[in-house]
Design a protein around this ligand. Structure first.
Ligand code: 5RP
Length: 222
């Protein structure tokens, strides 16, 4: 698994233009990417990080952190995923950074997703769908999720970087990711959910355990 992460991280570095401002996601694959970026001495005008953990890692390598509000639109965002379907719609949020990730993805012209090939599925939903909720709304949101047919589980003890809580939803079979994304986001108290369907990835770099990397584009673009 680690070899696959390293290989896809290295492949992603090839897409980074030196001197630009880069959006950087969160997770173990992205950590490999950050280390590969630094090892290759890729100079950036700065980075916008999707989590405190990513910001700390980038800073440790000497990269400057920027506030998205002062950057305008970003050329490129690189991030991992928990699941991806052939349309490059994703489930994210395993690392609880989904809201900042979704904001940076929305504000970026290109979103390259990096993952090992176990993450590619035909139908999203085997990975429990994370939802970031305002703490006082947690039980209410959970009851609404039950009405939608899934089984909500409180990620006990976890606070997001925004001070909120996470509910992981088991049992959704997500054959219409766009509709489910907006239905869940319409529940009062939801900050956002981990479906990236309205803003999918533009490219998916997938690696196998042997380190061979392939580039996947959305099935409907082929
Ligand atoms: C964090 C995320 C990550 O991108 C996702 O969990 C994948 O992480 P990893 O690269 O460790 O498998 O969405 O909120």
């Amino acid at each position: 698994m680690q070899a696959a992460k390293k290989a896809v991280a290295l492949a992603a570095v090839e897409h980074v233009k030196p001197g630009t401002i880069l959006g950087v996601g969160t997770g173990s694959t992205v950590n490999e990417f950050i280390d590969a970026l630094a090892a290759r001495n890729i100079d950036l005008a700065g980075a916008v990080a999707s989590s405190e953990a990513t910001a700390e890692r980038l800073k440790a390598h000497g990269y400057d952190m920027l506030d998205l509000n002062s950057c305008g639109s970003l050329e490129l965002y690189i991030d991992g995923a928990d699941e991806a379907n052939p349309e490059l719609q994703l489930i994210k949020g395993g690392g609880a950074a989904l809201t900042r990730e979704k904001i940076i993805a929305a504000a970026s012209q290109q979103f390259i997703c990096i993952a090992d090939d176990s993450k590619l599925v035909n139908v999203l939903g085997e990975f429990p769908l994370p939802i970031e909720v305002i703490p006082m709304a947690r039980s209410y949101v959970a009851r609404e999720i039950v009405k939608l047919g899934a089984d909500p589980e409180y990620r006990e003890g976890k606070r997001t970087d925004n001070g909120n809580e996470i509910i992981d939803c088991h049992g959704f079979t997500i054959d219409d990711p766009l509709t489910l994304e907006s239905t869940i986001n319409d529940i009062t108290g939801v900050v956002t959910n981990g479906l990236f369907a309205a803003r999918p990835a533009n490219l998916l770099l997938l690696s196998d355990e042997k380190g061979s990397v392939r580039t996947v584009t959305a099935a409907s673009n082929q």
